[in-house]
Design a protein around this ligand. Sequence first.
Ligand SMILES: Cc1cc2nc3c(=O)[nH]c(=O)nc-3n(C[C@H](O)[C@H](O)[C@H](O)COP(=O)(O)OP(=O)(O)OC[C@H]3O[C@@H](n4cnc5c(N)ncnc54)[C@H](O)[C@@H]3O)c2cc1C
Length: 487
Amino acid sequence: MARILILGAGVAGHTAAQHAKRLLGNRHEITVVSPNSQWNWIPSNIWVGVGRMKKSQVIFPLAPVYKRKKINFKQAKAVAIWPEGDSSDSHGAVDVIYTDPKRAGETERVRYDFLINATGPQLRFDLTPGLGPDQGNSLSVCTYQHADHTAKELKNIIEKMKSGERQTLVVGMGHGACTCEGAAFEYVFNVEHEVRQAGVRDMAEIIYLTNESELGDFGVGGMTFDIKGSKVSSEDWMTSLFQDRGVKVIDKAHVTKVDPGEVFFEKIDGTLASQKFDFAMLLPPFRGVEMKAFDVSGAEITEKLFAPNGFMKVDADYTAKPFEQWSAADWPKTYENPSYDNVFAVGIAFAPPHAISKPNQTPTGNPVAPAPPRTGMPAGVQGRAAAETIANRIKSGNLRAPAKEASMANMGAACIASVGAGMLKGSAATITMGPIVPDRERFPETGRDLHITSGELGLAGHWIKRLLHTMFIYKAKGHLGWSKIPE
Ligand SMILES: Cc1cc2nc3c(=O)[nH]c(=O)nc-3n(C[C@H](O)[C@H](O)[C@H](O)COP(=O)(O)OP(=O)(O)OC[C@H]3O[C@@H](n4cnc5c(N)ncnc54)[C@H](O)[C@@H]3O)c2cc1C
């Protein structure tokens, strides 16, 4: 019997657990360690954050699903990895601390034969003074609890506008090295839509504050679309959308601090400026979760397993090189750790080799460098690929059997960005691109295949996005036919 240990029950970890169980049945032991009792469909936090959905609609408890599937679930957080085992047992192990209220604070060393690290991001609000709900000066939609709180604040300021007070709303990135511009983009347009629906659009100044060098960059270096035979840049497409909705843009900015009612930033050209606000939703930069690693003697080997940003090293080319030399081939294919081939990292937890957008700095050295986005679809595909590699190796008895590949430089993505909720008046920007990481060798003109890279705006996109919400929650609950729903 082999033991497969999966850290994290988000898109990547939960998908890996479901597929590992499907492929291996009950003859092998699958265990998931994750600190939260609830599964969260994070994309719909945007709708919770504008009060269109209740938080109960975007979560469900994990324990009953894992019990039904005969997957062990430990509500705990991983804090250390022993990939070579320790003096008492040569099998790899992970130290966990329970967050389950019944065992809170208890520790355990959990053994594994195969490990999948899918621990997602650590939300580093603390890297910007004053940023985020804990430091208190801005709001967030990163978790369902944050989004629920943010919706209440939005309701309050809409009431103020109704009573005749003009309000300034700032939405965007709370640090120059942030990722997830797509989420901030969705949220700013959902806020604009709500304010318009409330009949107070003329009382609101809405501002999008971003680290992107140009609109439509989204951390993937922008895109060129083929729209009805004409080439259109994502920058032009987005610029017309922002103008159409009257959303002001502050771009090329690194936020340096957030005070009550005022956000301070430095631009790429060194300009120091600030913007006053009545409502601000600003995303944090991401880092890997806090985890240490030790060798069999107990010596710390964290740097061997993890990159300096805390994400786990995988089969990528991490050689430092200038932007001009970045290549699609640098990106990982199998997500195996280079030192331990029974350890994988998938989803946001793996360390990307470099950014995709060209990174910039301010004259004082602050980053204005969108980090590469790792969205839900690639996270799910990578989780499934790691599960398939492990299942194949266990079933064939060949621990060197080739790994399943799922490179982001060989994978297309479809992103449906809501720009307003509502079955009749809603709208969404549907963007498809392939590959996610541009490949200038295969597609010298734009780095991407123009046959599949396209953008479209309309109500149909909203319906699809709403349908995806229902489909992915159905799939995550593991109901009949779940595995037929693609990642
Ligand atoms: C507001 C918002 C909107 C978004 N909208 C979209 C969208 O529309 N489309 C899209 O494709 N993507 C979207 N994304 C991105 C998407 O949410 C991520 O791509 C996806 O969640 C990544 O999956 P993951 O499994 O890597 O990480 P996560 O989903 O974050 O899961 C990480 C898991 O690890 C657990 N964990 C954390 N620490 C530990 C630890 N120490 N030990 C064990 N477990 C741990 C967490 O509890 C969680 O279960 C959005 C993101 C945000 C923030």
